[in-house]
Write a protein that binds this ligand. Sequence first.
Ligand code: ZN
Ligand code: ZN
Length: 501
Amino acid sequence: MQILPVRLSGGGRLEDVLSSICNRWNNLSVGRFSVSYAYEDGYCALQNESDFENILFLFSNCDRINAKVDENKHSSRLIVGSTIDEVGDVDEVVDDELEYVDRMDPAEKYCKHAETRYLTKAWADLIEGVGQEFPLGVKEFRAVLARYAIENGFMYRFVKNDKLRVTAVCVIEGCEWHVHAIVNRTNGVFPIKKCHNEHNCGSTYRTNKHKRVSSRLVADEIAGIVEKKPKTSPIDMLDWFTDKYGLDLCYHSAWLGLVNNIPVMFPSCHHAYCLYHLLFSLKDHFPGQFRKGFRNRLIELFNKCAYASSVSVFKAVEEEFYQFGGDKARSFIVNVPKEHWSNAYFKGQRYGEMSFSAVESFNNWILKAREMPVFYLVDEFRRKIMKQMAARRVKSMKWNSVICPKMDKKLARFIKKGRSWRIIMLKGGLYEVRCLPPKVVSVDERTCSCGYWQSNGFMCRHAAMVIIKACGGEGTLVDHMDPLYLLMRIDVHMKNPYIQL
Ligand SMILES: [Zn+2]
Ligand SMILES: [Zn+2]
């Protein structure tokens, strides 16, 4: 019998305890033994970090917890301080310490606590073997594989990973576990072609944290919940996941998981991410050890991606971003779907707004008022807005253009730039602008192949030239504008601010 004292001051993790055991007894490896402790009339298995946190909590008043480790029978147990008498052969106990002692364990009983069934339990058997089919294709296969690895406690890496075939192997060098699936081109089904479903690495061990817990997985798992409880917060999500799934999420995945569910709740609303916040996330993704110049260049490239107004431009800059940032950059973009932050893919209308700075500056504007009781707060809002409106009204009296001055200037610049371009009509409402490279403008649909018109809601230089030269002339420019930019509309606001509000 040997004794291994493990200090647990300030918490501690099961993972650390297990590695201390492995360090002491070289012939043991994580996954080749389990740990349990005596509790009331049975034994509680210590299978994961949350079990471990439970014993630390339950026995916070005990000064020691003893464990028995038996490598042959794949079982072990921990004896809690107060029940130490039940174990005859433990005579040396150190205060405040957790001890692991070699001993045969004849009893394979577990207490009720150990039967806590997480919703992930069923994930353990998701990969069955050769011939198993995934009717929804590669996405379904990847989702299933991630869940399977999380529950069975191992990490895999992709040897091949595209729409047509996926090969994954265990990350531990020399381990034979692997799975290979390839698409059936006639029906899109994804069957497993090769599979060795056993690990000889000995490092399968289910923990509360796993790299494959992605925001996509979170989004899929919580879809039903969010539909029933639209006010779910990321913090609720964290608690719920620990409770039901035995998995610890990071705040970012919980938030992204919720955000990914917005289209389910509001199918016709297109959700734009704040570019400013995304850039912060990107910085977090490339922490301190990366050079400042490197990070700045990445941010610059990401910015370019976001502002690119056509898919072809986006793809070119995206490629540059990947070339520069490597796989780590790729893994960042995977988690933030393009249609939420890039002008080229965004389906809604962002009027050129890329960040929530309007919200932030409003927040800043009312900062002091936020501390006030609600009645004063509302009154303070009213006062501030009233003052602002009055000031703007005075200012706008001096305006004599049809559209607001800022856009008027922009339009003048556009017209100046495009004077020399030739316009060719392709068919009704569709024109080609002979600039370099040429652009195609659809006046009826308010689109231009440069992408600016559709993403900003304000016509680009190409569209302006088409309207001036080939359809209606300069006087009709305003007819093709979103009324939001027209002064007439602003006037109505200014004259009857309260009615409009
Ligand atoms: Zn393995
Ligand atoms: Zn254009």
